[in-house]
Design a protein around this ligand. Structure first.
Ligand code: LMR
Length: 407
Protein backbone atom coordinates (compact mmCIF):
# COMPACT_ATOMS: atom_id res chain seq x y z
CA UNK A 1 0.00 0.00 0.00
CA UNK A 2 2.61 2.52 1.06
CA UNK A 3 4.21 2.51 -2.38
CA UNK A 4 0.97 3.85 -3.88
CA UNK A 5 0.68 6.80 -1.51
CA UNK A 6 1.56 10.21 -2.90
CA UNK A 7 3.33 12.74 -0.68
CA UNK A 8 1.08 15.32 0.96
CA UNK A 9 2.13 18.95 1.17
CA UNK A 10 3.59 20.21 4.43
CA UNK A 11 1.16 22.07 6.72
CA UNK A 12 1.58 25.73 5.73
CA UNK A 13 1.56 27.09 9.32
CA UNK A 14 3.76 24.53 10.98
CA UNK A 15 6.06 24.56 7.93
CA UNK A 16 6.45 28.30 8.32
CA UNK A 17 7.32 27.91 11.99
CA UNK A 18 10.04 25.38 11.13
CA UNK A 19 11.51 27.66 8.44
CA UNK A 20 11.60 30.56 10.89
CA UNK A 21 13.44 28.48 13.48
CA UNK A 22 16.12 27.60 10.94
CA UNK A 23 16.71 31.19 9.85
CA UNK A 24 19.94 32.44 11.51
CA UNK A 25 19.22 36.15 10.89
CA UNK A 26 19.17 38.27 14.08
CA UNK A 27 16.47 40.45 12.49
CA UNK A 28 14.00 37.64 11.83
CA UNK A 29 10.38 38.13 12.83
CA UNK A 30 7.79 35.39 13.29
CA UNK A 31 4.31 36.58 12.33
CA UNK A 32 3.07 33.11 11.38
CA UNK A 33 1.26 30.95 13.86
CA UNK A 34 -1.28 32.57 16.16
CA UNK A 35 0.40 32.31 19.55
CA UNK A 36 0.84 35.19 21.99
CA UNK A 37 4.34 36.58 22.53
CA UNK A 38 5.53 39.16 25.05
CA UNK A 39 7.41 42.34 24.14
CA UNK A 40 10.61 40.27 23.84
CA UNK A 41 9.05 37.85 21.35
CA UNK A 42 8.93 35.12 24.01
CA UNK A 43 6.02 32.83 24.92
CA UNK A 44 4.16 34.19 27.96
CA UNK A 45 2.93 31.95 30.75
CA UNK A 46 -0.01 33.83 32.26
CA UNK A 47 0.78 34.66 35.92
CA UNK A 48 -2.59 33.21 36.93
CA UNK A 49 -1.73 29.96 35.13
CA UNK A 50 1.54 29.76 37.09
CA UNK A 51 -0.45 30.05 40.31
CA UNK A 52 -2.88 27.32 39.26
CA UNK A 53 0.07 25.18 38.24
CA UNK A 54 1.63 25.46 41.71
CA UNK A 55 -1.69 24.69 43.38
CA UNK A 56 -2.11 21.51 41.32
CA UNK A 57 1.47 20.50 41.99
CA UNK A 58 0.93 20.84 45.76
CA UNK A 59 -2.48 19.14 45.84
CA UNK A 60 -2.09 15.62 47.34
CA UNK A 61 -5.50 14.60 45.92
CA UNK A 62 -4.35 14.97 42.29
CA UNK A 63 -3.42 11.74 40.50
CA UNK A 64 -3.13 10.42 36.96
CA UNK A 65 -6.39 8.51 36.74
CA UNK A 66 -8.67 8.70 33.68
CA UNK A 67 -11.19 11.51 33.45
CA UNK A 68 -14.79 10.58 32.63
CA UNK A 69 -15.59 10.30 28.87
CA UNK A 70 -17.18 13.78 28.87
CA UNK A 71 -14.23 15.23 30.78
CA UNK A 72 -13.73 16.98 34.10
CA UNK A 73 -17.18 18.00 35.36
CA UNK A 74 -16.04 21.14 37.20
CA UNK A 75 -14.31 22.24 33.99
CA UNK A 76 -17.13 21.57 31.52
CA UNK A 77 -19.74 23.31 33.67
CA UNK A 78 -17.48 26.36 34.11
CA UNK A 79 -16.70 26.40 30.38
CA UNK A 80 -20.47 26.44 29.65
CA UNK A 81 -21.01 29.41 31.94
CA UNK A 82 -18.06 31.25 30.50
CA UNK A 83 -19.30 31.08 26.94
CA UNK A 84 -23.07 31.24 27.45
CA UNK A 85 -23.17 33.47 30.54
CA UNK A 86 -23.85 32.22 34.06
CA UNK A 87 -27.50 33.28 33.77
CA UNK A 88 -28.05 31.71 30.34
CA UNK A 89 -31.61 30.43 29.80
CA UNK A 90 -30.17 27.40 28.03
CA UNK A 91 -28.14 26.37 31.09
CA UNK A 92 -31.06 27.04 33.42
CA UNK A 93 -33.35 24.93 31.24
CA UNK A 94 -30.79 22.08 31.14
CA UNK A 95 -30.61 21.99 27.36
CA UNK A 96 -26.83 22.34 26.97
CA UNK A 97 -24.60 19.32 26.78
CA UNK A 98 -20.84 19.71 26.95
CA UNK A 99 -17.90 17.42 26.34
CA UNK A 100 -14.31 18.34 27.06
CA UNK A 101 -12.32 18.22 23.82
CA UNK A 102 -8.77 18.24 22.47
CA UNK A 103 -8.75 22.04 22.34
CA UNK A 104 -10.73 23.92 19.69
CA UNK A 105 -9.57 21.62 16.88
CA UNK A 106 -10.94 18.57 18.70
CA UNK A 107 -14.21 20.36 19.38
CA UNK A 108 -14.59 21.33 15.72
CA UNK A 109 -13.85 17.74 14.77
CA UNK A 110 -16.28 16.21 17.28
CA UNK A 111 -19.01 18.60 16.17
CA UNK A 112 -18.31 17.87 12.50
CA UNK A 113 -18.38 14.13 13.11
CA UNK A 114 -21.66 14.38 15.02
CA UNK A 115 -23.31 16.51 12.34
CA UNK A 116 -22.06 14.28 9.51
CA UNK A 117 -23.84 11.41 11.25
CA UNK A 118 -27.00 13.06 12.56
CA UNK A 119 -27.75 16.25 10.64
CA UNK A 120 -30.99 15.66 8.68
CA UNK A 121 -29.78 17.20 5.39
CA UNK A 122 -29.27 14.32 2.92
CA UNK A 123 -27.55 12.78 1.04
CA UNK A 124 -24.68 14.78 2.54
CA UNK A 125 -25.02 17.67 5.02
CA UNK A 126 -23.55 20.92 3.78
CA UNK A 127 -21.44 23.22 5.88
CA UNK A 128 -20.80 26.81 4.80
CA UNK A 129 -17.45 28.31 5.75
CA UNK A 130 -16.50 31.96 5.49
CA UNK A 131 -14.22 32.86 2.60
CA UNK A 132 -11.55 32.93 3.89
CA UNK A 133 -11.46 30.89 7.08
CA UNK A 134 -8.94 29.06 9.27
CA UNK A 135 -7.41 26.63 6.77
CA UNK A 136 -7.87 23.68 9.10
CA UNK A 137 -11.68 24.05 8.97
CA UNK A 138 -11.60 22.76 5.39
CA UNK A 139 -9.54 19.70 6.31
CA UNK A 140 -11.47 18.82 9.45
CA UNK A 141 -14.93 19.04 7.93
CA UNK A 142 -14.04 17.29 4.69
CA UNK A 143 -12.31 14.50 6.66
CA UNK A 144 -15.58 13.71 8.47
CA UNK A 145 -17.55 13.69 5.21
CA UNK A 146 -19.41 17.00 5.28
CA UNK A 147 -19.80 18.75 1.98
CA UNK A 148 -18.13 22.16 2.04
CA UNK A 149 -19.46 25.37 0.56
CA UNK A 150 -18.39 28.97 1.16
CA UNK A 151 -20.01 32.30 1.86
CA UNK A 152 -18.34 35.62 1.00
CA UNK A 153 -16.96 37.33 4.08
CA UNK A 154 -14.05 39.64 3.41
CA UNK A 155 -14.17 42.56 1.05
CA UNK A 156 -10.72 43.22 -0.48
CA UNK A 157 -11.87 46.76 -1.34
CA UNK A 158 -12.79 47.88 2.17
CA UNK A 159 -10.71 45.24 3.99
CA UNK A 160 -13.85 44.87 6.10
CA UNK A 161 -16.96 42.68 6.08
CA UNK A 162 -18.81 41.91 2.85
CA UNK A 163 -22.18 41.80 4.62
CA UNK A 164 -24.31 41.91 1.47
CA UNK A 165 -22.37 39.04 -0.10
CA UNK A 166 -22.60 37.02 3.07
CA UNK A 167 -26.36 37.53 3.50
CA UNK A 168 -27.05 36.73 -0.15
CA UNK A 169 -25.14 33.45 0.15
CA UNK A 170 -26.97 32.53 3.36
CA UNK A 171 -30.29 33.20 1.60
CA UNK A 172 -29.28 31.04 -1.35
CA UNK A 173 -27.97 28.12 0.76
CA UNK A 174 -30.18 25.00 0.92
CA UNK A 175 -32.58 25.20 3.87
CA UNK A 176 -31.16 23.89 7.11
CA UNK A 177 -27.50 24.19 6.12
CA UNK A 178 -24.80 24.28 8.77
CA UNK A 179 -23.12 27.70 8.92
CA UNK A 180 -19.72 27.97 10.56
CA UNK A 181 -19.38 31.34 12.31
CA UNK A 182 -16.34 32.76 14.11
CA UNK A 183 -17.70 34.10 17.41
CA UNK A 184 -15.09 36.88 17.59
CA UNK A 185 -11.64 37.80 16.29
CA UNK A 186 -12.19 36.15 12.92
CA UNK A 187 -9.22 34.07 11.77
CA UNK A 188 -7.56 35.04 9.42
CA UNK A 189 -9.11 38.45 8.69
CA UNK A 190 -9.57 40.09 12.12
CA UNK A 191 -12.91 41.37 10.78
CA UNK A 192 -15.99 40.83 12.98
CA UNK A 193 -19.62 41.77 12.31
CA UNK A 194 -21.02 44.53 14.53
CA UNK A 195 -23.94 43.63 16.85
CA UNK A 196 -26.38 45.11 14.29
CA UNK A 197 -24.80 43.02 11.53
CA UNK A 198 -25.02 39.88 13.71
CA UNK A 199 -28.73 40.61 14.13
CA UNK A 200 -29.15 40.68 10.36
CA UNK A 201 -27.17 37.46 9.99
CA UNK A 202 -29.33 35.77 12.64
CA UNK A 203 -32.54 36.97 10.97
CA UNK A 204 -31.57 35.43 7.62
CA UNK A 205 -30.42 32.22 9.29
CA UNK A 206 -33.71 31.92 11.12
CA UNK A 207 -35.71 32.48 7.88
CA UNK A 208 -33.69 29.75 6.22
CA UNK A 209 -33.70 27.34 9.16
CA UNK A 210 -29.88 27.21 9.15
CA UNK A 211 -27.88 25.66 11.97
CA UNK A 212 -25.17 27.87 13.53
CA UNK A 213 -21.84 26.23 14.38
CA UNK A 214 -19.79 28.75 16.38
CA UNK A 215 -16.03 28.50 16.68
CA UNK A 216 -14.76 30.52 19.64
CA UNK A 217 -11.01 30.54 20.18
CA UNK A 218 -10.46 34.12 21.33
CA UNK A 219 -13.02 34.94 24.04
CA UNK A 220 -11.53 37.71 26.21
CA UNK A 221 -8.43 37.79 24.06
CA UNK A 222 -10.04 39.91 21.35
CA UNK A 223 -11.43 42.89 23.26
CA UNK A 224 -10.16 42.12 26.76
CA UNK A 225 -13.82 41.73 27.80
CA UNK A 226 -15.15 38.17 28.13
CA UNK A 227 -18.83 39.11 27.83
CA UNK A 228 -18.34 41.35 24.82
CA UNK A 229 -16.46 38.63 22.93
CA UNK A 230 -19.30 36.17 23.63
CA UNK A 231 -22.04 38.57 22.57
CA UNK A 232 -22.87 36.95 19.23
CA UNK A 233 -23.21 33.44 20.68
CA UNK A 234 -25.40 34.66 23.53
CA UNK A 235 -27.57 36.60 21.10
CA UNK A 236 -28.19 33.51 18.94
CA UNK A 237 -29.05 31.48 22.07
CA UNK A 238 -31.47 34.20 23.20
CA UNK A 239 -33.10 34.02 19.78
CA UNK A 240 -33.90 30.36 20.43
CA UNK A 241 -31.56 28.76 17.88
CA UNK A 242 -30.42 25.19 18.21
CA UNK A 243 -26.67 25.49 17.76
CA UNK A 244 -23.27 24.17 18.69
CA UNK A 245 -20.02 25.73 19.88
CA UNK A 246 -16.38 24.71 19.63
CA UNK A 247 -14.45 26.43 22.42
CA UNK A 248 -10.70 26.67 22.92
CA UNK A 249 -8.62 27.80 25.88
CA UNK A 250 -5.36 27.73 23.90
CA UNK A 251 -5.13 31.48 23.36
CA UNK A 252 -7.05 33.07 26.22
CA UNK A 253 -5.28 30.97 28.87
CA UNK A 254 -2.09 30.50 26.87
CA UNK A 255 -2.55 26.71 27.18
CA UNK A 256 -1.57 25.97 23.57
CA UNK A 257 0.06 22.60 24.10
CA UNK A 258 -2.31 21.38 26.80
CA UNK A 259 -5.25 21.03 24.41
CA UNK A 260 -8.02 22.27 26.69
CA UNK A 261 -11.29 22.84 24.85
CA UNK A 262 -14.97 22.00 24.93
CA UNK A 263 -17.79 21.13 22.56
CA UNK A 264 -21.24 22.42 23.51
CA UNK A 265 -24.54 21.47 21.90
CA UNK A 266 -27.46 23.75 22.78
CA UNK A 267 -30.88 22.25 22.04
CA UNK A 268 -33.72 24.55 20.99
CA UNK A 269 -36.12 25.55 23.78
CA UNK A 270 -39.27 23.43 24.00
CA UNK A 271 -41.07 20.73 25.94
CA UNK A 272 -38.69 17.96 24.86
CA UNK A 273 -35.47 20.03 25.10
CA UNK A 274 -34.08 18.29 28.20
CA UNK A 275 -34.69 14.83 26.80
CA UNK A 276 -33.23 15.61 23.38
CA UNK A 277 -30.20 17.19 25.03
CA UNK A 278 -29.64 13.94 26.93
CA UNK A 279 -29.92 11.96 23.69
CA UNK A 280 -27.37 14.22 22.02
CA UNK A 281 -25.02 13.84 25.00
CA UNK A 282 -25.28 10.05 24.85
CA UNK A 283 -24.41 9.96 21.14
CA UNK A 284 -21.51 12.39 21.59
CA UNK A 285 -20.18 10.21 24.39
CA UNK A 286 -20.00 7.23 22.00
CA UNK A 287 -18.17 9.27 19.39
CA UNK A 288 -15.76 10.63 22.03
CA UNK A 289 -15.07 7.15 23.44
CA UNK A 290 -14.29 5.76 20.00
CA UNK A 291 -12.00 8.65 19.09
CA UNK A 292 -10.06 9.59 22.23
CA UNK A 293 -11.67 7.49 24.96
CA UNK A 294 -11.41 10.36 27.44
CA UNK A 295 -9.74 13.76 27.31
CA UNK A 296 -6.38 14.87 28.79
CA UNK A 297 -6.57 16.14 32.37
CA UNK A 298 -3.87 18.69 32.95
CA UNK A 299 -5.05 21.74 30.97
CA UNK A 300 -8.62 21.19 32.14
CA UNK A 301 -7.46 21.16 35.78
CA UNK A 302 -5.70 24.49 35.31
CA UNK A 303 -8.67 26.08 33.55
CA UNK A 304 -11.10 24.65 36.11
CA UNK A 305 -9.19 26.15 39.06
CA UNK A 306 -9.15 29.58 37.44
CA UNK A 307 -12.73 29.56 36.19
CA UNK A 308 -14.16 28.37 39.51
CA UNK A 309 -12.31 30.73 41.86
CA UNK A 310 -13.39 34.38 41.89
CA UNK A 311 -9.96 35.69 42.95
CA UNK A 312 -8.11 33.74 40.25
CA UNK A 313 -10.80 34.64 37.73
CA UNK A 314 -10.22 38.35 38.38
CA UNK A 315 -6.47 37.86 37.94
CA UNK A 316 -7.14 36.08 34.66
CA UNK A 317 -9.21 39.02 33.43
CA UNK A 318 -6.25 41.29 34.18
CA UNK A 319 -3.94 38.93 32.21
CA UNK A 320 -6.40 39.03 29.30
CA UNK A 321 -6.28 42.82 29.31
CA UNK A 322 -2.46 42.65 29.30
CA UNK A 323 -2.49 40.50 26.16
CA UNK A 324 -5.25 42.29 24.26
CA UNK A 325 -3.87 45.67 25.33
CA UNK A 326 -0.39 44.92 24.01
CA UNK A 327 -1.86 43.74 20.72
CA UNK A 328 -3.94 46.89 20.39
CA UNK A 329 -0.80 48.98 21.04
CA UNK A 330 1.00 47.13 18.27
CA UNK A 331 -1.89 47.79 15.89
CA UNK A 332 -1.80 51.50 16.67
CA UNK A 333 2.02 51.56 16.44
CA UNK A 334 2.10 49.82 13.07
CA UNK A 335 -0.58 51.98 11.53
CA UNK A 336 1.09 55.17 12.80
CA UNK A 337 4.47 54.14 11.41
CA UNK A 338 3.09 53.30 7.97
CA UNK A 339 1.10 56.52 7.82
CA UNK A 340 4.12 58.59 8.94
CA UNK A 341 6.17 57.07 6.14
CA UNK A 342 3.42 57.78 3.65
CA UNK A 343 3.41 54.09 2.69
CA UNK A 344 1.13 53.82 -0.38
CA UNK A 345 -2.39 52.56 0.41
CA UNK A 346 -4.76 53.00 3.35
CA UNK A 347 -3.83 51.43 6.71
CA UNK A 348 -6.91 52.12 8.85
CA UNK A 349 -7.83 48.41 8.70
CA UNK A 350 -4.83 47.60 10.90
CA UNK A 351 -6.53 49.23 13.90
CA UNK A 352 -10.09 48.40 12.84
CA UNK A 353 -9.46 44.66 12.70
CA UNK A 354 -9.44 42.83 16.03
CA UNK A 355 -7.84 39.86 17.76
CA UNK A 356 -4.71 37.86 17.10
CA UNK A 357 -4.52 38.56 13.37
CA UNK A 358 -4.46 41.30 10.84
CA UNK A 359 -5.20 40.70 7.19
CA UNK A 360 -2.74 43.24 5.86
CA UNK A 361 -3.59 43.19 2.17
CA UNK A 362 0.03 42.32 1.32
CA UNK A 363 0.13 40.16 -1.80
CA UNK A 364 1.74 36.74 -2.15
CA UNK A 365 4.78 38.14 -4.08
CA UNK A 366 5.22 40.84 -1.40
CA UNK A 367 5.05 38.20 1.34
CA UNK A 368 7.77 36.27 -0.49
CA UNK A 369 10.09 39.30 -0.66
CA UNK A 370 9.50 39.96 3.04
CA UNK A 371 10.58 36.43 3.80
CA UNK A 372 13.52 36.15 1.39
CA UNK A 373 15.01 39.61 1.88
CA UNK A 374 13.81 40.75 5.28
CA UNK A 375 13.52 37.43 7.21
CA UNK A 376 9.90 38.19 8.08
CA UNK A 377 7.61 35.13 8.18
CA UNK A 378 3.85 35.27 7.57
CA UNK A 379 1.26 33.17 5.75
CA UNK A 380 1.09 33.81 2.03
CA UNK A 381 -2.42 35.28 2.24
CA UNK A 382 -0.86 38.31 3.97
CA UNK A 383 -2.12 37.43 7.45
CA UNK A 384 0.13 38.54 10.31
CA UNK A 385 -0.04 37.37 13.89
CA UNK A 386 -0.03 40.71 15.69
CA UNK A 387 1.57 39.17 18.77
CA UNK A 388 4.81 38.67 16.82
CA UNK A 389 5.28 42.44 16.73
CA UNK A 390 6.86 44.28 19.65
CA UNK A 391 8.52 47.59 20.49
CA UNK A 392 11.90 46.22 19.29
CA UNK A 393 10.85 45.09 15.81
CA UNK A 394 8.00 47.45 14.87
CA UNK A 395 10.23 50.00 13.13
CA UNK A 396 12.01 47.28 11.15
CA UNK A 397 8.71 45.70 10.14
CA UNK A 398 7.21 49.04 9.05
CA UNK A 399 10.36 49.77 7.01
CA UNK A 400 10.10 46.37 5.34
CA UNK A 401 6.41 46.74 4.51
CA UNK A 402 7.00 50.23 3.18
CA UNK A 403 9.78 48.92 0.96
CA UNK A 404 7.84 45.98 -0.55
CA UNK A 405 4.72 48.06 -1.14
CA UNK A 406 6.76 50.60 -3.12
CA UNK A 407 8.57 48.01 -5.26
C1 LMR B 1 -3.45 29.89 13.71
O1 LMR B 1 -4.33 30.00 12.86
O2 LMR B 1 -2.29 30.33 13.57
C2 LMR B 1 -3.75 29.19 15.00
O3 LMR B 1 -5.11 28.97 15.14
C3 LMR B 1 -2.91 27.99 15.21
C4 LMR B 1 -3.34 26.79 14.42
O4 LMR B 1 -3.50 25.74 15.03
O5 LMR B 1 -3.48 26.87 13.20
Amino acid sequence: TAAAIAAAPEDPLFGLMAAYRQDPSPNKIDLGIGAYRDDNAKPWILPVVKKADTAIHNDPAVNHEYLPIAGLGAYTSAAQKLVLGADSPAIREKRVCTLQSISGTGAVHLGGLFLAKFHPQRPQPQIYLSNPTWANHHQIFSNVGLSIAQYPYFSPQTKGLDLDGMLAALRAAPRGSIILLHACAHNPTGVDPTPEQWQQIAAVMREQGHFPFFDTAYQGFASGDLARDAWAIRYFVEQGFELCIAQSFAKNLGLYGERAGAFHFVSAPGADAVESSQHVASQLAILQRSEISNPPAYGARIASLILNDSQLFAEWEADLRTMSGRIQEMRAGLRARLEERGTPGAWNHITEQIGMFSFTGLTEPQVKVLRDQWHIYMTKNGRISMAGLNTHNLDYFAEAVDSVVRE
